[in-house]
Design a protein around this ligand. Sequence first.
Ligand SMILES: C[S@@+](CC[C@H](N)C(=O)[O-])C[C@H]1O[C@@H](n2cnc3c(N)ncnc32)[C@H](O)[C@@H]1O
Length: 295
Amino acid sequence: VSLADIAAFVDTFPGSGVSRVFLAGGEPLIWPPIFEIVEAIKAAGVQVVLCTNGIPLGRPEISDRIVELGVDAVSVSLDSTDPATNDRYRPARNAAHGWADVVTGIRALLAARAEHAAPRVGLYTVVTRQNLHEILPVGRLAAELGCDYYVPQPISLAADHILHTELSLTPADTPTLESALTSLYAAHLPVRLPAQGYAGRFLSTIATDRPGFVPDCFGGRTLFFVEPDGSVWDCPSALKIASTPDTRRRSIVTTTATDVFTPSPCTDCALFSRDCVNMWPLMEFGAFALTKELQ
Ligand SMILES: C[S@@+](CC[C@H](N)C(=O)[O-])C[C@H]1O[C@@H](n2cnc3c(N)ncnc32)[C@H](O)[C@@H]1O
C-alpha cells in the first residue's frame, strides 16, 4: 500500500477509537518513511509500538528519532543468549549483522532514552525446540541490558514448513516448557512479564495440536491486523484469516479507521492456536509493558 494511502488512513484516526498501533513489518526500521508514519500516528494522539529485529537501533539517527518522536515502546526480537544460536535461526540478510548488533542497538536506544520516560524497551523471544531452556536466561539478559519487559512466545510454523520438525514445540515438550515458564515467573526478574495467565495459554497450545476455544475474543472487536498490502483482518491468526468470509474482507485504502475497524458480529472463536498466544500481551500492553512499576 502506498505511503500516501497510509498517511490518508492515519489522518482518520482521531475520534475513531484507535488507541495503539504496533508497527511490525517486515522490518519497520529499514523502511525509510517509517518515521513520517510514526509522527502522524503520534500527532493523532495514538500510541506507537515498534517491533524490530533491533539491528537498526545501533544507528544514532534511528534511536535518537525514536526518542524524539515519543515512541511508546520498542519490542526487540532476540532468541538466545548465545550469538551463534540466535544468528543461525535469525540470520541478517547481509550475513554480517547479528546478535552483537542487536545487543549494541538495545544499549544505544536505552542510552538515547536516558532520563526520558519513553520508549519502554522489551525483548521478544520466539521459543522453539532449540532454545526451550533459554526462556529464563534470555529473561536474565533482558534484565541485565536494562530492558523494561520480556515476552517469550511460541513459534508458529505450518505443518509443511521445512523447519517444522526441527523447531516446532510438541506435546512432549510440555513438562520442560512448563518448568521453564514457572522458573521465569518465580525468578521475579526486574523486567515486566505478561500477566501470569499467559503461561497457561502458551502451554495449552503446545499440549495439543487441536485448536482451542476463546469465548468473546478481542480479535475483530478491539484488535485488528493490517497487512502490508492494506488488507484488514480480525487478527493475525493464519487459521482465522483462512476462515474469513469474502463479506468481511476489507482494506485501509480509501476508507476511514471508523469504517474499517467495525466489530465482528461474532467473536466466539474456535480457532485458538499458537498463532494467537502473543495477542494477549498486545492487548494488556499498557498494563504490563508501559508502566514503570514491577509486578
Ligand atoms: C514478524 S516480526 C516483524 C518485526 C521485526 N522484523 C522482527 O524481527 O521482530 C514480529 C514478531 O513475530 C515474531 N515471529 C516471526 N516469525 C514467527 C513465527 N514463525 N512464530 C512465532 N513468532 C514469529 C518475531 O520474532 C517478532 O517477535
